[in-house]
Design a protein around this ligand. Structure first.
Ligand SMILES: [Zn+2]
Length: 378
């Protein structure tokens, strides 16, 4: 992988305008990035999810990896101009109301950013929680219905070992997948994989579920949802990308999790600069729970995110999201290894099987010999 080229891709992608149901900017980028590339075919499904298939070489892989990232980020979707200089917008995603009040916003409309400020919010109840439903925003120009509205932070910067941007979640995931595809097709690397780019994750994985129901990805795939997940005390930035074994709702399936871990171990053994973490990231829910619920073998791959959903919990103010550059680079390398590995998932972990065998051989005779001593009077 060419590092400069990788950082150019992440800077561009994480700067794109997006919001749930308003992913046009990301979809256009993904389609133009993936079209006319060697060994890549691209399709858009009935719900606007994008699927790229990479295949080089003749051998059919029984269970290819499918990497999946979502193209949206918590944000506004413009509904209509309420009056001159005021847009009404629907809010989608998990950000607490106190962060939204009076916030500076920018809408992307007609190919340009239009600045604005939240002047009023409407809240409602979801369960016991008070959530933002919609807002009135004073804007510096007319905003077309359907335009995405984001927090007013500058375009993405790579500085002091961090990628800092409006929407690392999940555009840094999208960028990592595109960088992997770029690397594979440029080198003509042998392997097969699917790359799924989904819509409207932030309202509850509806793009991902629609992709499953309409068979946009083959059932035989091992799915890995790619995420930016809030940093945790036991999952820190800089300690490597994370094999996410589960989320708040479920633990993911063993075949997908095990395959990703075996490939990570292979990579770590051949390259000392690659390291990874294996963690239960139960702070939130991700698309993997939906994939598992719909009958796929799925797991999660993520990097630790700072200022999750733009909420700086220390200052109680909105902040740009950030991830560690080396975590992100190692995530891309992990993806590439998952596509090009000669390892085939056969449902077994040879090293683990050997270890369990060894333990049985060593200790079974002692179990038998000591039975009469522990079963007095039996
Ligand atoms: Zn996300």
């Amino acid at each position: 992988m060419n590092r400069q080229r990788a950082l150019k891709i992440v800077r561009e992608v994480v700067s794109l305008p997006t919001a749930p149901f308003a992913e046009a900017g990301v979809i256009a980028y993904v389609r133009s990035f993936t079209s006319n590339r060697k060994h890549v075919t691209v399709k858009c499904d009935a719900h606007g999810n994008v699927v790229a298939h990479y295949r080089k070489g003749n051998g059919r892989i029984a269970r290819p990896i499918c990497l999946a990232a979502h193209m949206d980020h918590p944000g506004f979707r413009a509904e209509r101009m309420a009056s001159v200089g005021v847009v009404r917008a629907i809010w989608h995603g998990g950000v607490m109301p106190e962060y939204v009040k009076n916030a500076r916003v920018r809408f992307h409309s007609g190919g340009a950013w239009i600045p604005g400020r939240v002047t009023g919010i409407e809240t409602g109840k979801r369960g016991t929680q008070t959530v933002v439903k919609s807002a009135e925003i004073a804007v510096g120009g007319a905003v077309e219905p359907g335009s995405p509205g984001m927090w007013d932070f500058p375009d993405t910067d790579v500085r002091a070992g961090r990628i800092v941007g409006r929407a690392c979640d999940d555009l840094a995931g999208v960028a990592a997948m595109l960088t992997c595809l770029d690397d594979l097709s440029t080198r003509g690397a042998t392997g097969e994989a699917y790359f799924l780019f989904t819509r409207a994750e932030e309202v509850g994985f509806v793009g991902a579920m629609a992709a499953c129901k309409s068979n946009s990805i083959p059932r035989r795939c091992l799915l890995a949802a790619v995420e930016n997940s809030a940093e945790r005390v036991n999952a820190k930035q800089g300690d490597g990308p994370i094999l996410r074994v589960g989320d708040r709702a479920t633990t993911f399936t063993s075949p997908a999790t095990q395959f990703c871990e075996l490939v990570a171990k292979d990579l770590a053994a051949s390259d000392k600069s690659f390291h990874y973490q294996r963690r239960l990231m139960d702070g939130g829910m991700c698309e993997s729970s939906a994939y598992c619920g719909l009958g796929y073998d799925a797991t999660g791959l993520c990097i630790a995110l700072g200022n999750y959903h733009n909420m700086n919990t220390r200052t109680k103010k909105l902040g740009a999201e950030y991830v560690n550059v080396e975590d992100w680079i190692n995530l891309v390398r992990w993806f590439t290894a998952l596509v090009t590995t000669k390892r085939r998932y056969d449902g077994r972990d040879g090293a683990l099987d050997a270890k369990l065998d060894r333990l049985q051989r060593e200790y079974n005779p002692i179990l038998k010999r000591t039975r009469s001593m522990v079963m007095a009077g039996d």
